[in-house]
Design a protein around this ligand. Structure first.
Ligand SMILES: Nc1ncnc2c1ncn2[C@@H]1O[C@H](COP(=O)(O)OP(=O)(O)O)[C@@H](O)[C@H]1O
Ligand SMILES: [Mg+2]
Length: 289
């Protein structure tokens, strides 16, 4: 077994080529919107239950009615069985572990509509053909953002990049594979571990960056904080802000990603630099916008 296999570099033999069949992203009213509007008795009861029950305990201070409606729909559809605890609470999104279908553990990322940096999100959506004409409604922008993260995870996975498997998306809530132990302990970020073989890890990240770019995507926030190490695998997370190569700033984002990654690995003794990584990623990749 080669080092690359040890780090879980995916086999791309069976990966389909990247076309220009952009993901249709539907930001029109979802069923959850209609549920939220109707505010029927069933929903009110559910909300009480989710706030009070041990099994579906969530931090009620951050969830508005629309978020409960989304979670309600995800529970109804069988994607979420029970909430665990928060594994991360950022400014814009909180991530929870939860019990999903078939006894699996899933990660649930909940975006706060009110706290989101709407202006910045709007900037990242600009120039992305998948999100043309979504307008300036804050709620719609956040919903588009979450759908974008879901679509990006799918695209990355299809390109042979190890990312959390996207499972479901509803309004401002994303359900994905939980990367961590069966007991619900999240996997460590690259920044939190002593890497045994930095050179191999670097080569895996370099290859994933190239594959992503080859598939027309730039991560946009790639660093040791958005790569998780679990079970000998490196898993790239947090693809919400990832943009397609159409984005006016995609080149800047790619340069910054390469700099962050190369600087981190250079500190671990790997002979690399942002320029070297960028040259590799762009020369070995052929994005077809
Ligand atoms: N699918 C997942 N499995 C396990 N842990 C996760 C998953 N997604 C996110 N996390 C944890 O939650 C943290 C925040 O998630 P992230 O997607 O990076 O959002 P943010 O935008 O807040 O940085 C991550 O650093 C990681 O520790
Ligand atoms: Mg992050």
């Amino acid at each position: 077994m080669t080092d690359a296999e040890e780090f879980g570099l995916l086999d791309v033999d069976n990966v389909e080529g990247f076309g220009d069949e952009w993901e249709e992203v539907d930001v029109s009213d979802t069923e959850a919107d209609r549920i939220a509007r109707k505010r029927d008795r069933e929903f009110l009861e559910f909300r009480k239950r989710i706030k009070n029950s041990e099994r579906l305990k969530v931090d009620d201070s951050v969830f508005d009615d629309a978020t409960y409606a989304a979670i309600y729909k995800l529970v109804q559809d069988g994607y979420i069985e029970a909430f665990g605890g928060p594994i991360s609470t950022g400014k814009e999104a909180a991530v929870y572990n939860a019990l999903g279908a078939d006894e699996t553990t899933v990660a649930v990322k909940v975006y706060a509509i009110s706290a989101s940096d709407f202006k910045q999100m709007r900037d990242y959506l600009d120039g992305d053909p998948r999100f043309e004409g979504i307008g300036n409604d804050k709620r719609k922008v956040v919903m588009a953002w979450v759908r974008k993260e879901f679509a990006n995870l799918k695209r990355a996975k299809e390109a042979g990049v190890r990312v959390p498997d996207p499972i479901a998306v509803e309004r401002n809530v994303l359900v994905m594979e939980f990367v961590g132990s069966e007991e619900g302990q999240r996997g460590h970020r690259l920044a939190e571990v002593d890497i045994e073989n930095p050179q191999t890890a670097y080569e895996v990240v370099r290859e994933y960056t190239r594959r992503l770019y080859d598939a027309g995507l730039v991560h946009g926030d790639l660093s040791e904080y958005n790569i998780v190490v679990h079970d000998g695998e490196l898993v790239v997370i947090d693809l919400g802000q990832a943009v397609t190569v159409h984005h006016p700033n995609s080149r800047d984002f790619l340069e910054r990603d390469c700099r962050n990654v190369a600087n981190f690995f250079a500190r671990q003794g790997v002979d690399t630099s942002g320029e070297q990584l960028l040259a590799y990623v762009t020369s070995e990749a052929d994005p077809d916008p």
